[in-house]
Design a protein around this ligand. Structure first.
Ligand code: ADP
Length: 445
């Protein structure tokens, strides 16, 4: 390359000298003409060279948007090398940008909040979940001090204390739910704040604590009664009549504990097992027959019972679960309806293809304010009446579980002093008509 440039210089000088000598001879000064011509040739080459360099420099100084000037020779190679260097740099930058975008997208997809703050506790970046948790506006609140925006004392003091081994739990800044926040240091005084909404977990934990407390209470009461009577029998000489009375009460208490344990096991089974199959079809007539037999035995002739409909229908689901649900409703109706009352168990098709099993009684009814809470575990309107009649307070929560597992809902309506209706509404997907069967008329028994 250098040789070429030297050659070009020699050619320019010689050409200049030649032309200068020819023009100088005309003025009788060939030597001066040749010298001047050689100098002029060298200067012309230098100028042309500088102009080509300037073109390249001009392009480099600018935003480098258009194509790089195409030159030949020394400047051509220089342009090519510069262009290649720039292209490599741009590709590298684009790859890094893409990596950063992918990384931020991954953090964005996290179910937890991620917030980055600098040395001065100013927000550098946060994902959408963190913005929602802390009530931040991602654009507006950028570079704002986090403690000016999230003023919850537990959070502020945790951040300022500087000991971040443990997580801190506090109510969400916008009054919604509970947040668990973990702070970690990184880089040069930067902090990573991870937030998690633990409202549901807290609620489940509170429910679990309540449930254990309720179960313990329900078991302790009959146990205390039993322990008292056992002690009485051990210490006091009882007459045969007294002994019989004590044994009767003891039997009632053990029955109560047995029912409670039975219902608890049913609930545990319902919660732990997969949903009932959608393709196992059961004739509703069988279910109604078994319900009727149980109701007759329970009522022992104290009520008018009427079980009707369903002879033309089938349900897809679990027969034991459905029997337990309808059985619980009938059991309640019998227990709460005074003697002489009427209890109806009916199957009815609905216009949208779904169907309902309704248990209606002429019992005491339930005040409106209790209706929404009836299916909660251990919720009772009248605790003593429920226990006296052998209730566990779990019956309706079992019913609700069963119907929900079959994709349906429980619908309760009641009029104080007139009676109540409990309906199990089953979706169209789980009910169908049996081909060629006609529904039988209702017969009171
Ligand atoms: P329990 O074992 O106490 O009957 P349930 O969960 O079956 O528990 O019912 C919850 C409460 O709903 C009962 O304690 C009772 O107060 C009320 N209840 C349920 N069914 C009836 C009904 N048919 N008539 C009046 N009250 C009812």
């Amino acid at each position: 390359m250098l040789l070429m440039r030297a050659l070009a210089a020699v050619v320019a000088v010689l050409l200049g000298a030649g032309i200068g000598a020819v023009m100088g001879s005309a003025m009788q000064a060939p030597t001066a003409g040749a010298t001047f011509g050689a100098a002029l040739g060298a200067a012309a080459l230098a100028w042309w060279d500088t102009a080509r360099g300037e073109t390249l420099l001009h392009w480099l100084r600018g935003p480098q948007l258009g194509a790089i000037p195409r030159e030949t020779g020394w400047w051509g190679e220089m342009a090519y090398r510069v262009e290649r260097g720039l292209r490599l740099r741009d590709t590298g930058i684009e790859a890094e940008k893409q990596r950063l975008r992918d990384f931020l997208d991954a953090i964005e997809a996290s179910p937890n909040g991620v917030l980055l703050i600098d040395k001065g506790d100013q927000i550098e970046w946060c994902n959408g979940v963190a913005a929602e948790h802390f009530g931040l506006d991602r654009e507006r609140d950028r570079r704002q001090r986090i403690t000016n925006l999230v003023r919850t004392p537990a959070f502020v003091s945790h951040l300022q204390r500087g000991q971040y081994e443990d997580a801190v739990v506090f109510p969400g800044p916008n009054g919604r739910g509970t947040l668990q926040v973990l702070v970690r240091r990184y880089g040069d005084g930067m902090k990573l704040i991870l937030s998690q909404d633990i409202t549901e977990r807290e609620r489940a934990e509170a429910m679990r604590r309540d449930f254990v407390a309720n179960v313990s209470h329900e078991i302790r009461t009959p146990l205390t009664v039993l322990a008292g009577f056992v002690e009485t029998m051990l210490r006091l000489p009882l007459t045969e009549v007294e002994r019989q009375r004590v044994l009767t009460v003891m039997t009632q208490q053990t029955d109560r504990m047995q029912s409670l344990v039975g219902d608890l096991l049913t609930l545990a089974q319902l919660e732990g097992s997969p949903r009932p199959p959608v393709d196992r079809w059961l004739p509703v007539a069988d279910l109604m027959q078994r319900v009727q037999a149980d109701a007759l035995a329970l009522s022992a002739g104290r009520h008018t019972l009427c079980v009707a409909g369903g002879g033309d229908a089938e349900i897809a689901g679990s027969d034991t679960e459905l029997l337990s649900a309808v059985g619980n409703l009938v059991n309640n109706a019998v227990r709460y309806t005074p003697a002489g009352g009427r209890i109806d168990v009916t199957w009815r098709w609905r216009d949208d293809g779904s169907a309902e099993i309704a248990v209606t009684d002429t019992g005491p009814g339930i005040a409106r304010e209790h209706l929404a809470r009836l299916t909660e575990r251990f919720y009772r309107v009248d605790g003593s009446r429920s226990r006296e009649t052998g209730g566990t307070g779990l019956g309706l929560s079992i019913v609700k579980h069963v119907v929900q597992r079959h994709g349906g809902v429980i619908d309760i309506t009641s009029d104080v002093g007139k009676g109540s209706t409990f309906k199990l509404v089953l979706p169209a997907l789980r009910v169908r008509r049996r081909a060629g069967v006609v529904a039988e008329p209702a017969i009171p028994v």
